[in-house]
Design a protein around this ligand. Structure first.
Ligand code: AMP
Length: 277
């Protein structure tokens, strides 16, 4: 497996590829959720490229950019074991040279959920992913359902900007007790790790109520909040929205996205499930 540390090295690697390239963009601190995307890409493409870049443009001023975990050596081992051929590890100055002024935005979808509590976050994501797509020129790019809104936004962006690739959304990988795997889980101490389970438990409670026939969104939402609120330090949101366009719904009829974000200590965690899928 090659480590490509410059844009030139990536371009040269790309011109040498004769088959399809699968691409998995990440911010590093890799875990089995990331590995599942790499493994899927390795099955579906001739070569798989992973990027590891902690993208400053998607962090707000009071977020965890500086303390975001950086574990490059272990990450490279995970990428190789999962079947990647190359890993692109640019630095910030390469991706955002002085005077950088070009941004890609998706409107509407990005005003909801995480976009509301993290202004500018999705503009950072769509811009860096566009740059990475232009460099990697993949046939397929793989994202996790764990970041459901991100997957929707990037699917929309690729379609509306006629990007010649397929955006593929892969299932959320969980710890044995149900906690969604996340690079941010390593911030949690033992008590916080235990309380963090309230996110998935609140989603499971909503799924159970849905399975028992409840379709009224305020009732489903309250079922989740009753589980979540006592355990976490702050609920950012718990919402049940149309799974296609994130519009508000009063009753679950088609497919709905049930998404939660909450702080445990100072760590902001997210999770989601689909209802009626
Ligand atoms: P990140 O490094 O957090 O930016 O994530 C890189 C990619 O991995 C994104 O497409 C995420 O949605 C995906 N991902 C992160 N955690 C998980 C997980 N637990 N299961 C599946 N995909 C994940």
């Amino acid at each position: 497996m090659l480590t490509l540390t410059s844009i030139d090295a990536l371009r040269q690697w790309r011109t040498r590829q004769t088959g399809s390239v699968g691409f998995v963009p990440t911010m590093g601190a890799l875990h089995d959720g990331h590995a599942s995307l790499i493994r899927r890409s390795a099955v579906e493409n001739t070569a798989t490229l992973v990027s590891i870049f902690v993208n400053p443009a998607q962090f707000g001023p009071n977020e965890d950019l500086d303390k975001y975990p950086r574990t490059l050596e272990a990450d490279l081992r995970l990428c190789a074991a999962a079947g990647a051929q190359a890993v692109f590890t640019p630095d910030t100055a390469m991706m955002y040279p002085p005077g950088f002024a070009t941004w890609v935005t998706v409107e509407g979808l990005t005003d909801k959920l995480c976009g509301r509590s993290r202004p500018g976050h999705f503009r950072g994501v769509t811009t860096v992913v566009t740059k990475l797509f232009n460099l990697a020129q993949p046939a397929r790019a793989y994202f996790g359902q764990k970041d459901a809104q991100q997957a929707l936004v990037l699917t929309r962006m690729a379609r509306e900007l006629n990007m010649p690739l397929e955006v593929i959304t892969c299932p959320t990988v969980r710890e044995p007790d149900g906690l969604a795997m996340s690079s941010r889980n390593r911030y949690l101490d033992a008590d916080q790790r235990r309380r963090a389970l309230a996110l998935v438990r609140s989603l499971r409670a909503i799924e159970a109520a849905f399975a028992a026939g409840t379709r009224d969104v305020p009732t489903l939402r309250q079922t989740g909040l009753d589980v979540l609120t006592p355990e976490v330090d702050r609920v950012d949101y718990l919402e049940i929205l149309d799974a296609g366009d994130l519009s508000e719904i009063a009753v679950v009829q088609g497919k709905a996205l049930c998404a939660v974000a909450a702080f445990v200590g100072t760590t902001r965690l997210i999770d989601n499930v689909l209802l009626g899928a």
